[in-house]
Ligand binder design. Sequence first.
Ligand SMILES: Cc1ncc(COP(=O)(O)O)c(C=O)c1O
Length: 366
Amino acid sequence: MKFIPYAKPSLINVDKKHLIKAFDSTWISGGFYVDSFEKNFAKFLNCNKALSVNNGTSAIDLVYQSLSLKPGDEIIFPGYGYMAASNLALKYGYKPKFVDVDPDSLCIDVEKIEKQITKKTKLLVVINTYGNICDFKEIFKISKKHNLNILEDAAESLGSTLNNKQAGTFGDFGTFSFQATKSVTTGEGGMITTKKPQSHFKKLSMIRNHGVDKKRYFHILPGSNFRLTNLQAAIGYSQLKRINFFKNERKKVFKLYQNYLKDCKDISLQKFSNKVNPMIWTLCVTLSSKKKLNRDNLIKKLLKRKIETRNGFYSPNQLKIYKNFKSKEIKISDTISKNIICLPIYPGLKENEIRHISKNLIELIN
Ligand SMILES: Cc1ncc(COP(=O)(O)O)c(C=O)c1O
């Protein structure tokens, strides 16, 4: 069996055709593809507008800047998930308050959110981890009661739906990433959607472009340059047309893993409610903490067998940069972050490869 990578972007000739078209147009910063990608993206999500940015972190940064948050303001985050949003909070001097996650869904545990809310809380950040979608019915009740904006970090969940509604359209803001391992990729890239009035969308759009509106070099707000290039947008435009194919392929791979791993009692796969139709982004396996398996050794051993896997995210309690924000309330996040191993998943991963990966994983666990 040849080397099996953890991820592999699906890039085909039509993607190349659009990229070359953008290149040949000489419009390599803004242009037709940036506008069309944004339009088609909004149409796909069934929302008013979408704003492209150069990556998913910038999308979150834009939201923070648009809300004029101040140092010392508190923001709620899940204790398990990619740390882009909380890292930015540290950078800006906001205070992160972590809430534990549900061990099955790997999304924020809605029952534990209110305990962390204080008078200083200004924003509720939730993450649709690995393609799942958070329990928004309960999250809406909390945000309403405490008058909090919700930032829905949908970087890992483009194409997933909850009650047939697209991920990224639940929060006051939805942010996306098109980094190379994402289901729809532009190499690096991102997008924002918002339920806020048009004036707020305009503010986001101006901050993306150094606070400029229509008049060139006339800065109305201090902003950033977070623009996506027309070259990247050309790839995104093309990829988005194949999103249903990506979703079906990823689901097929997930089902095969489910089947090949079903008899292994020492692991569990991420669970999705029957209201969620996920675009599975990561094939996440949680090793039983009872068996005390050494996850990092397992990753090394699998790599020796030419199977590339990844560890899960580190909880903030395990990261020095969060030493001032350690929490005793995120025990599940602390445990799972030591026990999660992510297996290869991408369109085109073959059944015999999935069988091979599963067989080797089980063999090394036993
Ligand atoms: C949940 C989540 N949020 C934010 C980001 C940041 O996106 P980007 O890498 O495009 O900056 C990522 C990862 O890429 C992510 O997985």
